[in-house]
Design a protein around this ligand. Sequence first.
Ligand code: ATP
Length: 489
Amino acid sequence: MSKQNDDFFKNIISHAKEYGFVFPSSEIYDGLSAVYDYGQLGVELKNNLKQYWWKSMVQLHENIVGIDSAIFMHPTIWKASGHVDGFNDPMIDNKDSKKRYRADQLIEDQISRYEADGKNEAAAQLQADMDEALNADDLPRLKAIIEEHNIVCPQSGTKNWTDVRQFNLMFSTKMGASAEDADTVYLRPETAQGIFVNFLNVQKSGRMKVPFGIAQIGKAFRNEVIARQFIMRMREFEQMELQFFVRPGTELEWYEKWKETRLKWHVSLNGGAEKYRFHDHVKLAHYANAAVDIEYDFPFGFKEVEGIHSRTDFDLAQHQKFSGKKLQYFDPEINQNYVPYVVETSVGLDRLFLTILCNAFEEQDLSTEDKKDSRSVLHFHPAIAPVKAAVLPLTKKDGLPDKAREILNSLRIDYSIQYDEKDSIGKRYRRQDAIGTPFCITVDYQTLEDDTVTIRHRDSMEQERLPIPQLEQMIAEKAGWKSLLNNQV
Ligand code: ATP
């Protein structure tokens, strides 16, 4: 990461904390690694992102419905899905620093260094060698690669490595009152399995016809070997997943369709198609016949924000096998029973949140010849902004606060609105800029005479005069869901 990008990213993290978006978890106890809490504005932004996803996926599709399955599930589910035996990362420890790393990430960092030095051939060769070793689950070979390329521990600077071992990423706990009859259960590492095991329940109770989808938003847990880059890689995070059930043989068509739909969705939210790219998986997971990541250009480079996978009939077929229950669909159009194929779209809510922060954050220099000036601003799309408008009486006297509170009360049922009367009006505008409020509504002496207010726009800082009865319509037009959903078409 360049120094400039590094500084930008650090500023985002401190801004997120200073203004109540994201706090390190358990901070007064020195934090808990890779776990974060969302603050008073973070939760509003996160809820808005969930709503936007839910409306786009469920509300606007006749053939998609949602569920909310439990985090705890029968432990055999994770046997059937392959997570008990195969949800591993290759890890390696440095004996001097006692630090643990993911072997593949150490190698990827080396590839980036080769690329930065213009050694593209070496980078490509190393990538190919690593892919081959990962595909073959050849752990000694991974260690040999690390040694051959003289990869040192970033902390100790030494090559004193342990062997590479597999590390299962699932958290487990015990269910039941007494230890003896306690059963090991897992905190789900993905929300998808809750959808698969409910496939027939939803299909039958909702009279769904293939092709149809089931969507879910919920927490997932992974004991990541190393967690870094703020809310990019967490141990407790949230996913928004769609499993779309299709007739076998049509899955690649649907895969292409969802790829395009999901990319458009991200672009509609964050603008700028150049900030996104597809990254096709070279190494396909055992269950997939096609897979791609949608990557966003974070300050630390292009990284995955959403995965789209054509999962074949792997999951349903496995659950049929392990549960002994049929998970088939009778397709009246072709008069056949089959296990549907599945196309999955899976986006991490926290990573999405981070793309929004990175895209929105700006430190603007507003200096003129006579005066130094600057502001921090979050350019959120108004529909997802945590606060839609702030009502600000110009002074604390002469009935202006009463008038301002009247406006606040008329808008707050439908929109999240703040009231602020402290400090100068300029300072109050800057405070709202820093939390991304698109509109400031200023109540002044003219308001008492003609029932108009000043609307100050966050991005342009321009001001206009508007009659109070038109406020609601203005906010609905500019910050209502339609303003964002229409972006997608
Ligand atoms: P990565 O390669 O970055 O570990 P993954 O390929 O394992 O991710 P998936 O299993 O496809 O990720 O999960 C779908 C989405 O869930 C990812 O695109 C990402 O946005 C999110 N996600 C996965 N792991 C984490 C994590 N540890 N913290 C935050 N979000 C995550």
